[in-house]
Write a protein that binds this ligand. Structure first.
Ligand code: SF4
Ligand code: SF4
Ligand code: SF4
Length: 201
């Protein structure tokens, strides 16, 4: 490994992270905007705290929506861009490849893309995600915990009595202000839609 190559790789990863963070911020910002237009800061919506979630799987089958309004979100600034990704590969996978039999996700909603040795990027295809939390459990157990769940407010009906909240074993669901409707992991949310908003709200 040359001394010159490492800084270049790190620079490249930083660039990728900031690009993906922007993409996520824009994506969630757009969705939050829809919610914000319809709501005042006094209105409340359901959101789950990813730091409390124990990945029980109920978000996938207890939502009134099919597929669930809960989706996986990726905090790229926490991701290790690992080749051996605990959120992507089954623990008993016999190869680090995109072959269907090696993938943990039941709907193949996670796309793996080679960046440069030894880094890979993982992108969630939300239309395919059913919110089962299998990838979240794998990433939390074997990685940095960058994959996590969020209620998407372009899909959520904001039921009076959220049917997932009723059965969540971790008590992770709570009402948050409609104009700060996401509790996203990762540094780019500091001062924005971070966990702190819950306390402020
Ligand atoms: S029901 Fe609660 S603990 Fe289970 S996956 Fe959803 S947020 Fe996590
Ligand atoms: S494993 Fe489950 S939560 Fe993760 S991307 Fe696939 S469907 Fe979504
Ligand atoms: S409020 Fe209703 S639509 Fe939204 S996550 Fe809960 S059950 Fe699903």
């Amino acid at each position: 490994m040359s001394d010159k190559k490492e800084p270049k790789s790190i620079e490249r990863r930083r660039f990728l992270r900031s690009g993906m963070q922007m993409a996520l911020a824009v994506s969630l910002g757009g969705v939050a905007g829809v919610s914000f237009l319809k709501s005042t800061s006094k209105d409340l919506v359901w959101q789950l705290d990813p730091f409390k979630c124990v990945q029980c799987g109920r978000c996938a089958d207890k939502c009134v929506m099919t597929p669930s309004a809960v989706k996986c979100v990726h905090a790229y600034d926490l991701c290790g861009y690992c080749d051996l990704c605990g959120g992507y590969l089954k623990p008993d996978a016999n190869a680090r490849s995109t072959a269907a039999e090696n993938q943990l996700c039941p709907t193949a909603a996670i796309k793996r893309k080679y960046i440069e040795e030894p880094y890979f990027e993982y992108v969630i295809e939300e239309d395919l995600c059913i919110g089962c939390a299998k990838c979240v459990a794998g990433c939390t157990s074997f990685g940095n915990g960058s994959l996590h769940l969020q209620v998407r407010h372009d899909l959520c009906k904001n039921c009076n009595d959220c049917s997932i909240a009723r059965v969540c074993p971790a008590d992770a669901f709570q009402r948050v202000p409609a104009n700060t409707p996401y509790l996203i992991k990762g540094g780019f949310t500091k001062g924005g839609t971070s966990k702190d908003n819950l306390k402020k709200g």
